[in-house]
Design a protein around this ligand. Structure first.
Ligand code: ARG
Length: 247
């Protein structure tokens, strides 16, 4: 008894079955944080972080796709596996390290105060009783909460940093505390707002941004760190930095 002929379909299996497409890692970013991550006129997610992680992925041998993800839910999205990676100007903190793993640092930052040009605020302490806008759940929120107390009605929390800065322009808050790069970019690009910046290196600790993976995802973290080391070593990082910040 002869074996039945193999079904014709097996002779020409779809290419995808033979060579599965490489996995594309989904990257979450809160794209309202120029010049790091923001949407251009076409609605595409662009900026320093996008250029950097795209280059990192190329060197690390993986593929990425960016997905706009509100800051409010960004860490949960990673924890639940809806996102494989986060790059969103995320400061590496001990508290966050409990629930996610971070790449090697890729950017130095520090909090910076934005006020109206006419403001007399000269240091962070001057904001103890002032109305201060922050983005909810950021390191800016953390420092202002520490200064003013957990229940202070003067701490005004916003969904995004641009919304806090808009409120400063409208006069609804006296100051905004946020990452220096974003504040400097906003002030430079919105001369009509008549803002100035107040630095206070005595009150604010240095911060470093990291790329986050789900806790325990050592394989992906190793690929990220490998790619990051490569782009730092071969001048790609410096070129992206120059493209973004002009120096
Ligand atoms: N570096 C600050 C933090 O980690 C703010 C980051 C906010 N990023 C954003 N894309 N909105 O808390």
């Amino acid at each position: 008894q002869e074996a039945p002929p193999a079904p014709a379909a097996s002779a020409a299996a779809p290419a995808s079955a033979a060579a599965p497409a490489p996995k594309v890692y989904v990257v979450g970013t809160d794209a309202a944080y120029a010049p790091f991550e923001f949407q251009n006129e076409k609605g595409e997610i662009v900026g320093f972080s996008v250029d950097l992680l795209t280059a990192v992925a190329e060197k690390g041998g993986f593929q990425v796709k960016f997905q706009n993800t509100p800051w409010e839910g960004i860490f949960n999205a990673l924890g639940q596996g809806d996102r494989d990676l986060l790059i969103s100007s995320i400061t590496i903190t001990d508290e966050r390290k409990q629930s996610m793993d971070f790449s090697d640092p890729y950017f130095d930052a520090i909090q910076l105060i934005a006020v109206k040009e006419s403001s007399k605020v000269a240091k962070f302490d001057d904001l103890k009783k002032a109305k201060v806008g922050v983005q909810t759940g950021t390191t800016g929120d953390e420092v202002v909460t520490k200064l003013q107390g957990k229940t202070a009605s003067t701490t005004k929390r916003f969904e995004s940093t641009p919304l806090a800065l808009k409120e400063l322009e409208a006069g609804g808050v006296d100051a905004v505390v946020a990452d220096n790069g974003v504040v400097i970019h906003y002030v430079a690009n919105n001369p009509g707002a008549k803002f100035k910046t107040v630095a206070d290196t005595k009150s604010f600790a240095p911060e470093q941004y990291g790329i986050a993976v789900k806790k325990g995802n050592a394989e992906l973290l190793a690929m990220v760190n490998k790619g990051l080391a490569a782009v730092k070593a071969d001048g790609t990082y410096a070129a992206i930095y120059k493209k973004t910040f002009g120096t």
